[in-house]
Design a protein around this ligand. Structure first.
Ligand SMILES: [Zn+2]
Length: 479
């Protein structure tokens, strides 16, 4: 009886060694986590904890990391077999947030191809296909799900390699999702998973989830700490207080309001309206993010190329149609926030010189050079060099017909890179985010008024790039 047993053990050991190296990495990870059969039996995960969410593309400068949301009451329920997940959390800003300081409840879900959010009043709305794809990929950013997927014979494993103290393997699931998994060379426990996605401003970016501080739960090892980065920016950190395997998740199917809504494959088409404010000055509105066109003697300057290619190219086309006899040569960027700089690459593709605060110059140089292979944008299709005109405290744009002064809005808690534009002859002030007429909270408006007073600017009308044009007296009402 002894001999066959030894033989079986020896044969199993030889067959393990004979596995190709990429299978060996996955097999070792499965063993370290609690064993292949135990992993394959897992159906649901419930992760509870607390942590932080970052403020990517909306902080004081591009590289600042002082602003975040404190996350409490985090509960993520995942059906790893049917690719459904729902995250509930409460987040509270640690900074002067435009929606106010109060805690906000969020419910963010995905069910196969359908992503959705549920508002506090219970109303579910479908999110874009791109967001749904990211949420589906996020389900694999857990050691048990990624190793479970890697054990699937339909999954392709490739490029096994050693990097420092980690062993790394590329994983393509049967439905075409691609990941890279790293495991610790000693413990064999997964250390991180990355996948790639498209970001309007940053192009092709890696989303990385790092795993740390493993604990035993239900015969398996699971991490107690998750750290998520988008590109080089930390976007979330979670400390797990309780993790439940195969607990009762409740119904994770998408709400009917989301599944019955049409899929959102692209940003909505742009609507651009034009209103002449004075000779040589047009307000280009129509949706949430506005621009202003300025006419000089021999060229045109646009203030703001916001959001994305769709909006920016439509605004640029409208500008050219208003004065087809003059070249549009410049775009003023009010600040680096992603919703206001999302059209900068389109403006570069159109050959415009970017006028922006000095603190943004290196970020835009980087942004202009980044690959956009997943969703090729206008600049990816027609590369052009970036031309930047930096502004420190002020810059006068002036010729015989037009004068506009750009000023740094100093000390504003919204952004360190904020510029406002003043037309001294017309007494018009163009600004954004510092004062949004009609908004319920105005945490940045007092500072704007201080900047206007300090510089002794004469202003009759405020032309905001969010909201409607108002007399200057409206700003003075904000305390
Ligand atoms: Zn902003």
């Amino acid at each position: 009886m002894i001999r066959p047993t030894l033989f079986v053990i020896a044969a199993a050991a030889i067959s393990a060694c004979r596995q190709p190296p990429e299978r060996q990495i996955v097999a070792a990870a499965a063993e370290a986590l609690g064993g292949r059969s135990r992993i394959l039996a897992v159906k649901t995960l419930i992760i509870e904890g607390e942590g932080t969410n970052g403020n990517l593309g909306q902080d004081m400068t591009m590289d600042a990391a002082s602003q975040h949301f404190v996350v409490s009451g985090y509960k993520r329920s995942v059906d790893i077999v049917n690719l459904r997940a729902r995250t509930e959390q409460t987040r509270t800003p640690n900074f002067a947030y435009f929606q106010g300081p109060q805690a906000q409840k969020q419910v963010l879900g995905v069910d196969g191809d359908v992503g959705y959010n549920v508002a506090p009043n219970g109303t579910a709305t479908r999110v874009s296909n791109a967001v749904a794809r990211d949420r589906r990929a996020e389900i694999y950013h857990h050691p048990l799900k990624i190793v479970r997927a890697a054990l699937d014979p339909e999954t392709k494993l490739a490029s096994p390699r050693t990097a420092g103290h980690e062993q790394v393997v590329d994983i393509t699931t049967a439905d075409g999702l691609m990941f890279t998994l790293a495991i610790d060379a000693t413990t064999k426990l997964p250390t991180w998973v990355v996948s790639m996605t498209d970001n309007t401003n940053l192009g092709d970016v890696l989303i990385e989830t790092a795993f740390d501080d493993y604990q035993d739960v239900g015969g398996l090892k699971v991490p107690r700490r998750f750290t998520i980065k988008t590109d080089k920016y930390r976007t979330a950190e979670l400390r797990v207080t309780r993790q439940t395997i195969d607990g009762e998740t409740g119904d994770l199917t998408a709400p009917h309001a989301a599944t019955s809504a049409p899929a959102i494959a692209a940003p909505p088409p742009a609507t651009v309206t034009a209103e002449q404010l004075a000779k040589g000055i047009w307000f280009l509105g129509g949706q949430s993010h506005h621009s202003v066109l300025v006419e000089f003697a021999d060229h045109l300057t646009l203030i703001e190329a916001p959001q994305n290619d769709t909006r920016a190219l439509a605004v640029i086309a409208k500008a050219k149609s208003l004065r087809p006899d003059k070249p549009l040569t410049q775009v003023v960027n009010t600040h680096h926030h992603f919703d206001h700089s999302g059209g900068i690459r389109a403006a570069i593709a159109e050959g415009l010189t970017v006028i922006t605060h000095t603190a943004n110059a290196s970020f835009y140089r980087d942004a202009a050079a980044r690959p956009h292979t997943i969703v090729p944008d206008a600049l990816a299709k027609a590369p052009k060099p970036l031309k930047v005109m930096p502004v420190d405290e002020e810059l006068e744009l002036k010729d015989a017909t037009m004068t506009v002064n750009l000023y740094h809005v100093a000390g504003n808690p919204h952004a360190d890179t904020l510029l406002m534009a003043h037309f001294p002859r017309e007494k018009i002030l163009v600004e954004v985010d510092a004062f949004s007429p009609g908004a319920a909270v105005q945490p940045y408006a007092v500072n704007l008024e201080e900047n206007i007073s300090r510089r002794g600017l004469k202003v009759d009308r405020i032309v905001p790039l969010h909201g409607t044009i108002v007399p200057y007296s409206e700003l003075l009402k904000i305390q």
